[in-house]
Design a protein around this ligand. Structure first.
Ligand SMILES: [Mg+2]
Length: 334
């Protein structure tokens, strides 16, 4: 019995009946008494509601049916099991009681063992029901915690995925992200017979910069250059990535040769506009870029590596020609 006695509310307008039932049930249960319907409803709605109600039908003012209807209409008391106890022995009355939601029916004169057995049975059923509800509530809570944790895992996963795609020093896309992106855009352009462009960039005289200003200054320079390149490429379809060391790359889907020139000039200007002092450059007093670009419509027989190789050749030409400049080429199908 969970260590604690269940509480029964006995409702009857006759003192004698209350006494008989109390005597019978008092050894096993906490007993509450009510001598009319109004009192019964008050007791049932108290802060310590009964676990079960034994309810007389024939009472003045408010009969047992009315009391039951009130109990069922109130969510606070609707679940308390009610057993009718009455002198009436009439099938229609029983049916009416059950229809209103009574769980059982006892007739007077009462039989002590039957009363005890019915009370015990319905209290057991009720305990089972309450336990089930509690378990369901706990299950619900666990499920929602699990959902929260799944959400956290999902977001952690996304963070990890993003970290795997981002260059740790500069915060822009890394080489791996570039490799994925350029292949994907290559395939797309080939399918759609569309232009795409690619630019490889190198910071001029970066080794002397590092040697003279130190690695911390070198890192700072790489970050500044990366951020200025990213800001100069506002189109979300484009990608700028760190290609390695002091090399950067940008991919321009849907962009033909004239667009390539515009973007290349803009990138070069963006870095120049930083005016990062560079006393050991042979081409300027500040940090500059050499750029090599290519525009093409990818053909079946070509590989993405060919495009990168061609951009690299243009970058080489730019360096050969004195650095701090953009060289481009355009490939068309023959
Ligand atoms: Mg009565």
């Amino acid at each position: 019995m969970d260590g604690q006695k269940s509480t029964l509310l006995i409702v009857d307008d006759e003192r004698f009946n209350l006494n008989v039932l109390t005597e019978l049930l008092e050894p096993d249960y906490e007993i509450l008494l009510a001598k009319n319907g109004k009192q019964a409803l008050q007791r049932a709605q108290s802060s310590m509601p009964p676990d079960l109600i034994l309810l007389d039908i024939m009472m003045p003012d408010m009969d047992g049916y009315q009391v039951l209807r009130h109990l069922k209409a109130n969510p606070f008391t609707a679940d308390i099991p009610v057993i009718f106890v009455t002198a009436m022995n009439n099938v229609e009355d029983e049916a009416r009681g059950f229809a209103l939601g009574a769980v059982d029916y006892l007739t007077k004169p009462i039989s002590p063992p039957i009363v005890q057995a019915r009370v015990r049975t319905h209290l057991t059923l009720r305990r089972g029901l309450l336990r089930e509800r509690q378990l369901n509530a706990e299950l619900h809570l666990l499920n929602s915690r699990l959902a929260d944790q799944n959400e956290q895992l999902r977001s952690l996963n996304m963070t990890l995925k993003n970290m795997a795609m981002v260059d740790g020093l500069t915060g822009i896309a890394n080489r791996r992200r570039f490799d994925d992106f350029v292949q994907q855009e290559w395939n797309r352009s080939r399918r759609g017979h569309e232009w795409m462009s690619l630019i490889l960039m190198d910071i001029d005289y970066f080794k002397p910069f590092n040697d003279h200003y130190g690695h911390t200054a070198g890192d700072h320079c790489l970050k500044q250059v990366a951020q200025s390149l990213a800001s100069a490429l506002p189109r979300s379809a484009d990608l700028v990535a760190r290609y390695g060391g002091e090399e950067f790359v940008c991919v321009l889907p849907g962009t033909p040769g004239d667009g390539l020139l515009q973007v290349g000039n803009r990138l070069q200007a963006a870095v120049r506009a930083l005016y990062l002092p560079h006393d050991h450059s042979k081409v300027a007093k500040h940090v500059t870029l050499s750029l090599g670009g290519i525009s093409l419509v990818p053909q079946e027989a070509w590989l993405v590596e060919d495009m990168i190789k061609q951009a690299d050749q243009q970058l080489y030409r730019a360096k050969e020609a004195g650095r701090n400049r953009l060289m481009t080429t355009t490939f068309t199908q023959h």
